[in-house]
Design a protein around this ligand. Sequence first.
Ligand code: NDP
Length: 311
Amino acid sequence: MSATIIDGKAIAAELRGRIAGEVARLKAAHGIMPGLAVVLVGKNPASEVYVRNKSKAVTDAGMNPVDRYLPESVSEAELLALIDALNADPAVNGILVQLPLPPQIDSQKVIAAIDPAKDVDGFHPLNVGKLGSGLPALVPCTPLGCIILAKKAKASLAGLDAVVIGRSNIVGKPVAQLLLAENATVTIAHSRTRDLAAVCRRADVLIAAIGKPEFVRAGWIKPGATVIDVGINRVPGDAGKTKIVGDVAFAEASAVAGAITPVPGGVGPMTIACLILNTLRATCAQNDVPAPNLDLSGSNQPHQLSRLPPA
Ligand code: NDP
């Protein structure tokens, strides 16, 4: 058996195209141009590349990128003052502060200072609480991307056994909440889980968000399962170069799984597409405009993510 490859790059491109169409309609019908502010502190090369990619995606979608670069030495008070200004700026509909932040800054304080209506990362405690309570919320981008990809393979996740490896606030916990909202039966595994392989073998949907290269082996996967690999791990490649691999041993896992995301080209591209999606949803909510009706599941099953109406 050879798994269907869930092509995150193509699915993200399609989603971004649909978002661009909705942005154009928003402009034509209401004169509204969504704006996304991305705040980057310091000079982390990986973050700089990521922020550049985000800006390009924002521009490609017809939105307004508002990038703010601050020096590594910036004080917490200065960063909080910038957040206040962005909260008050009507041209800014979404705010994302690139993490990690330097040690003099309390990340939780900064996240909590963002207006929850503009919290396109979905990390504000209010949005986290709403997601946990099954209320409409802005939800974190990578987990949202995972669910959209999983639903490309299985249109309904209702009643399926889902196992998430990882319990971070950024990926593991929110993706587990989203799976629950999709009516899956959810297990969250982590570093203290006993017999992880046996737990994973129960999964119809397996989501790996661990940060350990090729950690999940073929023998952990239930035949025919949908495997979503969130991991981004840099390992030595050919000719002294590094290459990126996921948390799942892709080659052997694809011989057992029914559908699997590659790394790169799986979850990664969906993160930025979902950021743009969240910015569009936030803009509509802030302007009392009906939320865009984007078919997130595929061509033949138009639906919203179950129980999660747009923010
Ligand atoms: P964290 O380091 O915050 O969390 C890792 C989780 O994996 C923890 O809950 C940890 O358990 C668990 N874990 C670690 N070792 C084991 C083990 N041996 N057995 C079982 N569980 C284990 O990572 P993130 O959630 O932030 O990221 C996870 C991966 O996803 C990384 O590779 C990251 O680069 C990638 N990522 C990719 C994104 C994308 O856009 N594609 C976006 C965000 C992240 P415990 O809590 O017990 O320590």
